[in-house]
Write a protein that binds this ligand. Structure first.
Ligand code: THU
Length: 136
């Protein structure tokens, strides 16, 4: 199911989602694309709020969209982010998003792709990025 992951396609979807970013306060635009085991892709962007703390990261937008549609099995997520008019650097998921991912995936199997472009992709497992996550 997750044997072959089309990394470039997933990053392209994340780049497209980034265009939808609502980030008037930080001007930091983030896009994410989440691949399910059935091959479906859910995208998300960051959505900011004037009150700041209600802001939702792109990764969680993608996860919450998928979960709310009944999806429970995931292979990978691609993440891209950059400040307006600044060349993209690798955009790693924040700690809150890592904990949310850990809620729904097997950390040693789930792939996190961070990319500067379709030609510059880094690949990790969630376990590498977030070992010993909190669980009850
Ligand atoms: N952001 C994300 O969308 N994902 C992350 O993993 C880290 C940060 C967003 C939140 C906020 O809109 C902006 O980036 C600056 O923190």
């Amino acid at each position: 199911m997750c044997k072959f992951i089309d990394k470039e396609k997933l990053v392209l979807c994340a780049l497209k989602a980034k265009e939808m970013s609502y980030s008037p306060y930080s001007s930091f635009n983030v896009g994410a694309a989440l691949l399910t085991k059935s091959g479906k892709i859910y995208t998300g962007c960051n959505i900011e709020s004037a009150a700041y703390s209600p802001t939702n990261c792109a990764e969680r937008t993608a996860f919450f969209k998928a979960i709310s549609e009944g999806e429970r099995d995931f292979c990978a997520i691609a993440i891209v982010g950059s400040k307006k008019n600044v060349p993209a650097d690798y955009c790693f998921p924040c700690g809150v998003c890592r904990q949310v991912m850990a809620e729904f995936v097997k950390p040693d199997e789930f792939i996190v792709l961070v990319a500067r472009s379709v030609d510059d992709i880094r690949k990790y497992t969630l376990e590498e990025l977030f070992p010993y996550h909190f669980k009850m």
